[in-house]
Design a protein around this ligand. Structure first.
Ligand code: HGY
Ligand code: MN
Ligand code: MN
Length: 404
């Protein structure tokens, strides 16, 4: 818990926690974690995109490697547990082995992904995307709001943008990826449970939508003559909400919106907005996007504006590996707690890691299910259950007759 507080001090912005890819704040947070990793007997390195990796060797080189981890970047005005908690619970499990002078047959690699949220470049899962070889090289040309390209940001962060393909982790020796993360939802609190085993991660589509109308004088253009881009966008935002409410389990969010030229006495001529649509079932998500696209075209037509619709991120839903989830559930039971299984509405790096190895996740109860908000909080007691669960899961995996 104190370490989460320590890491929360490293922010790009005064007075609130914002830690984007490639910034000095992320570097400082990584340096703190790297020191803790080394003190726990781990060899530490960074890969070509700047993911931080610690490795705790196993006793049997043929027994493979178990991945633990999460991410150290954040959203804007973030909570302090989304990401860092998973890295630090994994670290605690390795520290326990190191303190006892123990080695499990398999090695443990603790990975702190350098960018999961995609706040700076809009690329969800940048860190794990490179780690799994899934990142599209075209992303290197993406620019942040200061015009810095991802390639230049990687270079400035000490990485090698030309070596990303070679940075792909070979999955041949990987047993599994296990991530601990706050639930970011209300289920565990409602059931009064400290932890839960994740069954699946919802699919997610991230889009950029624009409406182009005609800028004009706020005082002289009569209402019937206007082609107001922001009024069209406003109708779109409510259409997105209405579409999401039409289907259980469907969520749609417009989190970013910008009107140009952005003057109080000018009718907005251009509006750019983000759209985030998610559902546990990919077909339902695709159908919702089709319906919303049709509504967008209707809005553009009757408001005589031009709409553009660009898909930026599209990740299918993934299932956590059942045998691994069962082992995790057994570990939870051994701590004396009931195992509740639940899906994740939030996206996680496991969406990328599933390309390399089996994935499992353990959720930790968070107050009110609040996250992506500085009020995000967990209790030390629940975190202790999560750490004990991982300790026990490692032992179960070490004594399992075969890999998960
Ligand atoms: O948006 C998400 O679900 C995750 O926090 N990146
Ligand atoms: Mn997260
Ligand atoms: Mn998040």
């Amino acid at each position: 818990m104190a370490r989460c507080d320590d890491l929360a001090m490293h922010s790009d912005e005064p007075g609130r926690l914002t830690r984007r890819y490639g910034t000095p704040a992320l570097r400082a947070a990584q340096d703190a974690v790297a020191a803790w990793m080394e003190a726990a007997g781990m060899g530490v390195r960074r890969d070509a995109v700047g993911n931080l990796l610690g490795r705790y060797h196993g006793s049997d080189p043929a027994a493979g490697t178990l991945l633990l981890g999460s991410h150290l970047d954040s959203v804007r005005d973030a909570g302090r547990y989304d990401g860092p908690l998973g890295v630090l619970v994994g670290l605690a499990a390795v520290e326990h082995l190191h303190a006892r002078g123990e080695r499990l047959p398999f090695a443990i690699e603790l990975v702190a992904f350098a960018d999961e949220e995609g706040l700076r470049f809009g690329t969800a899962y940048l860190g794990s995307g490179v780690f799994t070889g899934a990142l599209d090289a075209a992303s290197l040309a993406l620019a942040d709001d200061a015009g810095v390209t991802l390639a230049d940001a990687i270079r400035a962060f000490g990485g090698e943008p030309d070596a990303l393909a070679a940075a792909r982790r070979d999955g041949a020796d990987l047993l599994a990826y296990l991530e601990v993360h706050i639930e970011q939802g209300p289920t565990l609190e409602a059931r009064n449970l400290p932890v839960g085993v994740v069954t699946a991660i919802a699919g997610r589509s991230g889009l950029q939508v624009t409406f182009a109308g005609e800028a004009g004088h706020a005082g002289t253009v009569a209402m019937p003559l206007r082609r107001d881009a922001l009024c069209a966008a406003a109708e779109f935002v409510l259409a997105a909400e209405e579409t999401a409410r039409s289907l259980p389990g469907l969520v749609a969010t417009v989190g970013q919106i910008a009107a140009e030229p952005g003057a109080g006495n000018v009718i907005p001529g251009l509006v750019r907005l983000s759209l985030d649509v998610r559902h546990a079932d990919d077909a339902a998500r695709d159908d919702a996007l089709r319906r919303l696209r049709a509504r967008t075209d209707e809005i553009a037509a009757h408001r005589r504006v031009v709409a553009t619709w660009e898909l930026v991120n599209d990740n299918p839903a993934i299932a956590c590996e059942p045998a691994l989830a069962a082992t995790l559930a057994r570990a939870v039971e051994q701590t004396g707690h009931h195992t509740h299984r639940l899906p994740s509405g939030a996206g996680h790096d496991g969406v990328m890691l599933t390309h390399l190895c089996p994935v499992a996740m353990l959720f930790v109860r968070c107050a009110g299910g609040v996250s992506h908000n500085p009020a995000e909080s967990v209790t030390a007691e629940d975190v202790a259950v999560a750490i004990e669960t991982v300790d026990r899961c490692l032992l179960l995996l070490a004594t399992a007759p075969s890999s998960p």
